[in-house]
Design a protein. Structure first.
Length: 114
């Protein structure tokens, strides 16, 4: 039941933000930029496991991931000058997320952050 509750809460937030994007895109963008997913994930993980060592590792991973994940938006910013269509911009953004993931993994495997 706990898992279903987490799904419902999380899906409501995503559905609300995507609905709001059609009405007030700037407000929807702000809401999506909030660390709502991180807040909920940290809370859910703590309630479920109560392991502060794992929560701290999780929070550090999130802190490192946030700036890296912003690479997804770079093609959309440059789209203003390059005039790429949505699919190409989106695919380039996904590729940059893959690059960000590799960087994230490298940072933790080399113990730079520990």
């Amino acid at each position: 039941m706990w898992f279903i509750s987490k799904i419902l809460i999380s899906s409501f937030i995503v559905a609300f933000a995507s609905w709001l994007a059609g009405k007030k895109s700037f407000l929807a963008g702000f809401i999506v930029a909030l660390p709502i997913t991180s807040i909920l994930s940290l809370l859910f993980a703590y309630v479920q496991y109560r392991d502060m060592q794992k929560i701290n590792e999780f929070a550090i991973s999130i802190l490192i991931s946030v700036p890296l994940s912003l690479l997804f938006f770079v093609p959309f910013v440059f789209n203003k000058w390059l005039h790429m269509n949505f699919v190409l911009s989106f695919c380039c953004g996904i590729f940059l997320l893959a690059v960000a993931f590799v960087i994230h993994q490298w940072l933790f495997k080399t113990n730079i952050l520990n």
